[in-house]
Design a protein around this ligand. Sequence first.
Ligand code: AP5
Ligand code: MG
Length: 206
Amino acid sequence: MNIILLGAPGAGKGTQASKIASKYNLLHISTGDIFRANIKGGTEIGKLAKSYIDAGKLVPDEVTCKIVEDRLTWDDAKSGYMLDGFPRNLYQAQELDKFAKIDLCLNINVDEALLMDRICGRRVCSCGESYHVSTLNGATTCAKCGNELYQRADDNPETVKARLDTYNTQTAPLIDYYEKQGKLACVTSGEGSPDEVFEQIKKILG
Ligand code: AP5
Ligand code: MG
């Protein structure tokens, strides 16, 4: 099964992707994670992506589509995958239809008023785990691996505003795109706890 996880910044795509990956044994491909790894590694792609990510804008389509198309040819993608953060506009969705067969688009819907707090309170670990300050009780290290937690460079109020604007103008129209294809499933109570949201997703995935 090949799934797209759609949702605004902070909707919980990454959080739910980890849960789905362990229960359904699906590969998690996050374009945001790929760009951040490239920035950390100082690659040409990383240098290009950084200026767009810092501004809350989309990295150019040609670069992003090529990365995903290449990634889907790897052996580990043969038995199913989840795309987290791709596609993010109509052009990317149309390109994806040329090189992949998508079965389902899961749209996680969350009240926009909650997103700023969720993102600005997020702390992440290099192992991929993500936390919120409200549940860390002052801890500064990862409960899973012990590494130091840090804040993503784009998780500041100004950049988040720009990311939300980018989402509303460019990504939200994809809800309609996948509904017309008969592939859309909506997680309507994305404001619930991560486990409650996952319960809804399990019902959808069956
Ligand atoms: P990306 O990394 O994809 O970021 P995003 O879409 O802005 O989404 P986030 O990762 O911020 O949120 P999430 O939905 O994963 O939420 P999470 O589970 O972490 O992209 C970053 C940038 O890369 C983009 O701005 C763009 O520049 C570039 N980029 C990426 N893909 C691209 C593409 N296709 N084309 C062009 N450019 C691209 O949760 C957030 C917080 O909330 C955490 O603290 C978490 O603990 C908490 N939380 C999660 N679920 C719940 C819950 N149910 N209840 C309470 N708290 C919760
Ligand atoms: Mg994410």
